[in-house]
Ligand binder design. Sequence first.
Ligand code: CS2
Ligand code: MG
Length: 402
Amino acid sequence: MKITNARVIVTCPGRNFVTLKIETDEGLHGIGDATLNGREKAVVAYLEDHVIPVLIGKEANRIEDIWQYLYRGAYWRRGPVTMSAIAAVDTALWDIKGKAANMPVYELLGGASREGVLVYGHANGADIEETTDAVGRYIELGYKAIRAQSGVPGVKGAYGVGRGDLYYEPADGTLPTETLWNTSAYLNFAPQLFDRLRRDHGNEVELLHDVHHRLTPIEAGRLGKSLEPYRLFWMEDCTPAENQEAFKLVRQHTVTPLAVGEIFNSIHDCRELIQNQLIDYIRTTVVHAGGITHLRQIAALASLYQVRTGSHGATDLSPACMGAALHFDLWVPNFGIQEYMRHTPETDEVFPHSYSFKDGYLHPGTSPGIGVDIDETLAAKYPYDPKQLPVARLEDGTMWNW
Ligand code: CS2
Ligand code: MG
């Protein structure tokens, strides 16, 4: 089965998505997500200029060889743009292989290891009152695990206070919006938030929190310690991870479980974190970390150190990524949790899919392949709308991590 055609589809049904569609001489096609929030066109160019020309004529069955060709064969390795492009090819080829075998991708990987995929959604609000109400609404929807973010008194533009209840959209301007950050105010406030959430909602619901790279390692250690009484499922991205050793300092000071990895694109970004057991959950995703083929390697390494998966699944990852992720999650032995921010009804229409949510769990469905397709006619009705992620500064003007 040869690859006869491949093309990139850019659509904006509520937000921008980049999708690669690969077609074969046997009439089967597959799709893969290539969306990199705020950098969409860079991946489009990489795919169109450097990837698609070498795909035409290749054997669609040879997923591993094509992965190696695109990764090892290219002199310039790794990085979010390259790895998102490779991920899109990889996902589309797994989709095709599943369709050719008439099996859902989780069967090709080794079969289901569980009945459903535990997911968490985002509850957020401008203050504690709004956030606790939002957590209550998620509990009513059946969620067993909920990420809670709140505006911080005195901080203009705390991370994670999104627009809309079920979707999450931080990319909001043609130029980056400037937000302000105040670490002291945040560190004083965060324990108050979780104290209130435990008092209002009890101990059964799993609570998660995203620090979004805002703290230094010692500050992160202090936050983790101060949140211990509220038994978080995890504290995410507590400090930037370019220096993997930084997490040693955090780990020394707290037993709050640590999650990191949504911006990683390779096993080398997390190898030391995993091998030194500095984290509990690895958040690499199908779309930004080289597809199912590479995610499988990361998960295998993680399994040796009792690190479990907790893949990124914000609204800016398309349904094609979510579908592929759910096949992976249903199979992977060391599964932890899957992030699940919903898509708008317009997006769901553009990407018809077989996955479904019930009682806090998602299931990928049993359709052959990844169980997600793209309606190209509908997609064409939503033209690309350039949007950038915000930036953050300290109150004195110093650039900070968003
Ligand atoms: C966030 C992301 O979901 C998360 O944990 O950190 O939503 C992130 O802000 C966006 O995906 C950026 O595009
Ligand atoms: Mg995050």
